[in-house]
Design a protein around this ligand. Structure first.
Ligand SMILES: Cc1ncc(COP(=O)(O)O)c(C=O)c1O
Length: 411
């Protein structure tokens, strides 16, 4: 092939920048939402695949198997029980749409609600995949600051009132209330009630992205916003990515039919992968409740290694809160550190981090912050990778100072 054809003049405007060819993962990879490879329940998944295929294999001849466009019904039925038990959500299998990861849920919700020029509200520090989608759609995202208990309701009230004064009604409040990405905060039940009250008062729906809610260390979570809402103005999404494995690409939406019926026609892929849904249905019913605490324990052990190593290597230069769950630590370095530059320099040494500005609506606030995924690297990789990161940071920005580091390490 000569590669001579020029596609460039044919490309529509507003395409994202071209992809860079993948050249392999960094040796020390603290990026993305990858999970702990040792915690994937491989043997039980093999057994589930075998039993599911023996029973349902012939149904693969039909698009959507035989249970319709909302996805494999036994998996939806598992979710009905799980959501009731864990999140206090009362719903039926007909309220659930299985999707290709919660990323597809984001696309469907955005597709049903957003048009260029719209305004949305989200947490100030939030999921990059959401921010890039808003940007691409030409939607203005107003970031609401967080504190240790999640999105600040005083700031949300002020933003909604300010919008009203200017005649702007946000199309939705996108929130990750339960183990927020990247801050790992959990919105308290009282704040959830406040959020619902504000959303109702200003006529704004809420999109609740709940994919980390299984990963709270003590397993105790507040009820979902979807469960607490009396106005039917909440769309809920979840995922098996963080509780089982992200490469499966199975997520789910729970929503009133009034809006689910507008999202379903936008799901134009003739159904998400059926094999994954079959395997999950057979795996989850008998195994999910025992699997998740074991996963949490493995993740907790890793974050302890990470926090310990950061303290040793960065001393007081690295500020962070002990997270209540999840797979990320959101770390603040001294203001003199530019994590976009640190990211580039560290990558050259084989250490990949997520620089703060890519996870925030406010580049200034997040300029010295970084997100570290601790789930996928081994404890040894965490120790080695963070030591290299500290060395690179010291070389590039003069922090942490060597003496502080040595003192800390001896303490
Ligand atoms: C907040 C949030 N939403 C959605 C996703 C997408 O997850 P998936 O499509 O794998 O379910 C992620 C992944 O990291 C996430 O952090």
């Amino acid at each position: 092939m000569t590669n001579a054809f020029d596609f460039a003049p044919l490309l529509p405007p507003n395409l994202p920048p071209p992809a860079v060819r993948w050249t392999g993962a960094a040796k020390y990879n603290f990026t993305g939402g990858n999970n702990d490879a040792d915690a994937v329940p491989v043997e039980a998944l093999i057994a589930a695949a075998t039993s599911a295929l023996k029973r349902e294999g012939r149904n693969l001849a039909t698009y959507g198997l035989t249970t319709g466009p909302q996805g494999y019904r036994p998996l939806r039925e598992f979710l009905v029980g799980k959501l009731k038990r864990d999140a206090s959500i009362d719903c039926s299998a007909d309220d659930i749409l299985l999707v290709s990861g919660s990323l597809q849920a984001l696309d469907l919700v955005n597709g049903a609600l957003l048009a260029r020029g719209d305004t949305v509200i989200c947490e100030q520090d939030t999921y990059q995949g959401t921010l890039t989608r808003f940007m691409r759609l030409g939607v203005k995202a107003i970031g609401i600051p967080l504190d240790r208990d999640g999105m600040r309701m005083d700031a949300l009230a002020a933003a909604l009132e300010d919008g009203k004064r200017r005649g702007v009604r946000p199309k939705m409040i996108y929130t990750i209330p339960t183990v927020q990405n990247p801050t790992a905060t959990i919105l308290s039940e009282a704040r959830r009630a406040e959020l619902l009250g504000l959303a109702e008062r200003y006529g704004v729906p809420i999109f609740e992205d709940d994919c980390y809610s299984d990963l709270i260390w003590d397993g105790k979570r507040p009820p979902a916003l979807y469960a607490m809402s009396k106005a039917g103005n909440v769309i809920h999404c979840g995922s098996f990515s963080k509780s089982i494995a992200p490469a499966l690409r199975v997520g789910f939406l729970v929503a009133p039919w009034a809006i689910l019926s507008r999202m379903l026609p936008l799901k134009t892929d003739a159904g998400s992968g059926a094999l994954e849904q079959l395997v999950l249905a057979d795996y989850c019913a008998p195994n999910f409740t025992a699997h998740v605490p074991a996963l949490r324990q493995a993740l907790r052990a890793k974050v302890e290694t990470l926090m310990e190593t950061l303290n040793e290597q960065f001393g007081t230069a690295a500020e962070f809160d002990d997270p209540k769950g999840g797979i990320f630590l959101w770390v603040k370095l001294p203001d003199s550190v530019d994590t976009m530059k640190l990211y580039q320099a560290a990558l050259k040494e084989g250490v990949a981090i997520n620089p703060g500005p890519e996870w925030s609506t406010d580049a200034k606030h997040s300029g010295a912050r970084l997100r570290i995924c601790f789930a996928s690297p081994s404890k040894q990789q965490i120790r080695e990778g963070i030591a290299i990161l500290a060395e690179v940071c010291r070389r590039e920005f003069g922090v942490p100072t060597r003496s502080a580091n040595v003192e800390r390490a001896r303490a």
